[in-house]
Write a protein that binds this ligand. Structure first.
Ligand code: GUN
Length: 283
């Protein structure tokens, strides 16, 4: 079994981004800018945004966080996004999800300028991803693809089982894998026999937020297991969705939690923001 070291790969990516930022500053006088919108008091969202802002600072980006109260109106959020759309110093806009229940998330995402949509959630980018056109790709699935590339895990013709069909992870992951010629099954909460699907897969990718959902019996010998889950147990321990200790004996490659897919998500946000900055129009 080989451990997929997402932390180390993310550090390498960050170093590369930092180099390119320096070059952009010197050659075009561009400092990549990211605006993060954070609404409400969800501790996990606050923790993620803090990590993202810190990573931006480290690579030399200009980063601002717009923190708004839980009670903010949809109109006020939209007005803020429209203002950022027009700000020439900002290349990327990220609205941290989930949003409070009185806010229509789809409407908010559609207000983001697709050229600044570094999360790749706008329907313009979603459509371009499905049709295999250049676009912003959601950070978590993009990070998983980078791990496959780095560890030379071949995807062509492989049976891949994705557990979880969210717009953030499962669906874009399926598009990327299909574009890479894999055979993709997407399972979800209504799937009748989850184990039957995971057991026949060469690669299992899971991100649903349920500790120990994937057990040894559900994984084929020699499979690749990618764990995107992040769960905080009552004792404070951070675990994924895979029963790591037993599953690791069964597979060829596995990602740890923490230190696997998580750090790669942030690294891909940096790459996407850099990409947006590079395509800044010359005024
Ligand atoms: N919430 C959970 N994951 C993500 C993500 O990748 N981007 C944003 N904006 N919100 C999230």
């Amino acid at each position: 079994m080989q451990l997929i070291d997402g932390k180390s790969l993310a550090q390498q990516t960050q170093a590369q981004v930092a180099k390119e930022v320096e070059l952009l500053k010197q050659t075009r006088n561009i400092v990549p800018g990211l605006a993060v919108i954070l609404i409400g008091d969800d501790p996990a969202s606050h923790a993620y945004v803090k990590m993202k802002a810190k990573a931006c600072e480290k690579v030399g980006f200009y980063a601002i966080t717009h923190s708004m109260p839980e009670t903010i109106s949809q109109e006020e959020i939209i007005a803020t996004i429209e203002m950022i759309n027009d700000n020439p110093r900002i290349d990327g806009i990220l609205v941290q999800l989930p949003l409070p229940s009185h806010i229509d998330t789809d409407k908010i995402i559609e207000v983001i300028d697709p050229k600044k949509d570094v999360d790749g959630f706008h329907p313009y980018n979603v459509g371009r991803l499905v049709t295999k056109l250049d676009c912003f790709v959601p950070c978590t699935p993009l990070g998983v693809m980078k791990m496959f590339e780095k560890y030379e895990i071949d995807l062509q013709g492989k049976d891949v089982c994705i557990v979880g069909a969210s717009n953030i992870v499962g669906k874009p992951m399926a598009s990327l894998l299909l574009n890479a010629d894999a055979t993709v099954t997407v399972t979800h909460i209504h799937t009748k026999d989850l184990a039957a699907h995971t057991r026949s897969a060469d690669i299992v990718i899971v991100g649903v937020g349920k500790p120990n959902l994937i057990t040894k019996e559900m994984v084929k010998e020699g499979a690749v297991v990618i764990d995107i889950g992040i769960n905080r147990l009552d004792d404070g321990k951070l675990v994924g969705d895979v029963d790591f200790d037993s599953v690791q004996e069964q597979c060829s490659f596995i990602t740890p939690v923490p230190g696997g897919a998580g750090p790669m998500t942030i690294a891909m946000l940096l790459e996407n923001t850099l990409k947006a900055a590079k395509s800044r129009e010359i005024l």
